[in-house]
Design a protein around this ligand. Structure first.
Ligand code: ADP
Ligand code: ZN
Length: 364
């Protein structure tokens, strides 16, 4: 089992550990019992995850003598609302959950974000643990303490910063993960390689067929490396005021494409096109070499991520959604661009015509 510590500023948050391994539920249960965080635990999962893993996780935890209960909610981003959160909160009240309790988010990013949000406001905040079951949640959303729900006007517009007490990553959960969800996680891993780690990119490149077959050793390496990159960025900028924004690489245009497609393009594929667009913009603005840009594009193709914008999506639509994105500050859209692979920077002055030309080039 691999152990990575997230060291945070003691004045605001407590540091915590990320544990990674394959088929480690029994050890996770022992670690939770040993940490003596709470008098009782409530697992919150969506119904897909609760029917796949609810009983197994409950019995592993109960085996160590812990008092554990579970509640669930319908799967999918459509559930990440204030209504679901309130309904879960009422169920917590009914079950007598109080400040001596700890929540366990068992599931993907939707579950992790919402459970973190509930934990941060329930009875003025109670502790929570992340037990991510999707690749995306394992390498991205479970680490860093961003919690939130969606509202009609946009995703994650309501939320808090609230760090979990620990993150327990059992790679065995990935055995049942649908391919499309697996690909969402791979896109974020490629992102980490591009913004921070050419060696990680080389590993993805040489091992892609094993990774796609979900070979445990390969997954262990790339998940741990991704967690290390994310945690070191979060350590420097817990509240997303500066360097943490580089994690948004590929997401500015990516989010716009995702929403312009009515969410028929997955997050991972949208981010993949967003990363290609950022590389092309960086090259057009003479920051990035053609070789690096081509290297990135070949890799994205090899990994099997989407590398073009479907013709049904209009350039104007992408442009206007991008300008309304919450990441926009004042009137400028901030892009994460590249000087080379591993060297990103923020640029708030990319001309509209450069973005439009790039979108045009990436059209099918
Ligand atoms: P994400 O992690 O991409 O943010 P979700 O939390 O919505 O998104 O999870 C994506 C989908 O995958 C959901 O329908 C969820 O029920 C399902 N899911 C999560 N973990 C697993 C798993 N280990 N095996 C199978 N399906 C899973
Ligand atoms: Zn993302």
């Amino acid at each position: 089992m691999n152990k990575i510590k997230v060291n945070l500023d003691k004045r605001s948050s407590h540091s915590y550990e990320i544990y990674i391994g394959y088929d480690i539920l029994d050890r996770i249960a022992l670690l939770i019992a040993k940490s003596a965080l709470a008098a009782n635990y409530i697992i919150i999962a969506d119904t897909t995850v609760s029917s796949l893993y609810g009983e197994t996780v409950l019995s592993a935890l109960r085996e160590t003598g812990l008092t554990v209960d579970m509640i669930d909610f319908p799967p999918g981003e459509a559930s990440k609302t204030i209504d679901t959160a309130l309904s879960l909160i009422e169920q917590l009240v009914d079950r007598g959950v109080d400040r001596s309790s700890c929540l366990i988010a068992l599931g993907g990013g939707v579950t992790g974000d919402m459970v973190g949000f509930i934990a941060s406001i329930y009875m003025r905040s109670i502790p929570y643990i992340q037990m991510p079951t999707t690749l995306l949640a394992q390498v991205d959303s479970s680490i860093g303490g961003k919690t939130g729900i969606d509202i009609f006007k946009g995703k994650n517009l309501v939320g808090t910063f609230c760090q979990p007490k620990a993150v327990y990553i059992d790679l065995k959960f990935l055995d049942t993960l649908p391919d499309v969800e697996f690909t969402n996680g791979l896109a974020e891993i490629v992102k980490y390689g591009i913004i921070d780690d050419p060696d990680l990119l080389a590993t993805i490149e040489s091992e892609i067929s094993n990774i796609r077959k979900r070979n445990i050793d390969n997954l262990g390496v790339i998940v741990a490396q991704s967690c290390k990159i994310k945690k070191s960025i979060v350590e420097i900028d817990e509240r997303d005021m500066g360097v943490r924004r580089i994690l948004n690489f590929g997401h500015t245009i990516g989010h716009a494409i995702e929403s312009a497609s009515g969410y028929t393009i997955s997050h991972g594929n949208a981010v993949s096109i967003g990363m290609m667009a950022s590389a092309r913009i960086s090259e057009k603005m003479k920051y990035l070499s053609m070789e690096d840009r081509e290297h990135m594009e070949n890799l994205i193709q090899k990994v099997g991520l989407l590398n073009y914008i479907p013709s049904s999506i209009q350039t104007d639509d992408i442009m206007s959604r991008m300008k309304h994105d919450k990441k926009k500050e004042g009137h400028t859209v901030h892009f994460v661009l590249l000087k080379k692979i591993g060297v990103p920077f923020i640029n708030g002055s990319v001309a509209d015509n450069i973005i439009e030309d790039t979108i045009g080039e990436l059209r099918q």
